[in-house]
Design a binder for this molecule. Structure first.
Ligand SMILES: *Cc1c(COP(=O)(O)O)cnc(C)c1O
Length: 227
């Protein structure tokens, strides 16, 4: 077994254990293997080990990999997206995790229209109010969601967050819990199902799963440290 296959198995086992702890069905958690800076050969090794969703951050890099590896697997954009790259993003990705402003949402809807596509997106929420991170403030999320939900070629599948990095993942728990609670409020307010919660990375995905994550974005724990 390759290192990557072994790591994937460990991550899946950890996800299953976190589910068991809180009485969730592991089928309700999907693993997004974050493959930014990881070359196509190593992504192929993950595919061979059964991994079927990959998360990328950079458009050109993603395009090269998608061309090389194909679309039998699903490709997500997990990182920040500039409005002027909306067209390329709509062409490449099944799910865009980090939509945090109306201007970007409008650009994505406009880009999806000629592709005859309804682009699935998540709204990124900046739970910790960090200046250095993207994401809509929690108190502004309802207004953004209502506007974005009107756009004809977008479908809002849920919320995404990226808490500050903590050595102790337990410290991230309140941010995950807050995202889940925000999702409940937004559901009540809008009637949208918002099934997805994208939260948890290599250091804290077990805690995120305990708090209701449906998509975990894990890079380092699968592919090793990035160069
Ligand atoms: C890089 C990245 C990840 C993966 O981080 P790891 O700590 O390597 O698991 C997850 N989400 C986003 C948005 C990222 O940019």
């Amino acid at each position: 077994m390759t290192h990557i296959a072994q790591n994937l198995e460990e991550v899946r086992t950890t996800i299953a254990a976190a589910c068991r702890k809180v009485g969730r069905d592991p089928a309700g958690v999907r693993l997004v293997a974050v493959s930014k800076t990881v070359d196509a050969e190593r992504v192929r090794a993950a595919m061979a080990a059964g991994q079927d969703i990959f998360g990328e951050n950079y458009l050109q890099e993603a395009k090269d990999k998608i061309t090389a590896l194909g679309r039998q697997v699903s490709w997500h954009l997990v990182g920040h997206l500039q409005t002027n790259k909306a067209k390329q993003a709509a062409e490449l990705f099944d799910l865009i995790h980090a939509v945090d402003r109306l201007k970007l949402a409008r650009a994505l809807s406009a880009a999806a229209a000629p592709l005859n596509k309804v682009q699935d997106i998540l709204i990124q929420v900046n739970q910790a109010g960090e200046d250095t991170k993207s994401g809509v403030a929690p108190e502004a999320a309802a207004d953004l969601l209502k506007d974005v939900a009107q756009l004809p070629h977008l479908r809002v599948m849920g919320l995404m967050t990226m808490p500050p990095w903590f050595a102790d993942p337990e410290v991230a728990r309140p941010f995950f819990k807050a995202l889940r609670e925000l999702r409940e409020r937004l559901r009540d307010l809008t009637g949208l199902p918002l099934p997805e919660l994208s939260m948890g990375m290599s250091g804290d995905y077990a805690v995120a799963v305990e708090e209701g994550a449906t998509l975990v974005r894990v890079g380092t724990a699968i592919f090793g440290h990035r160069r």
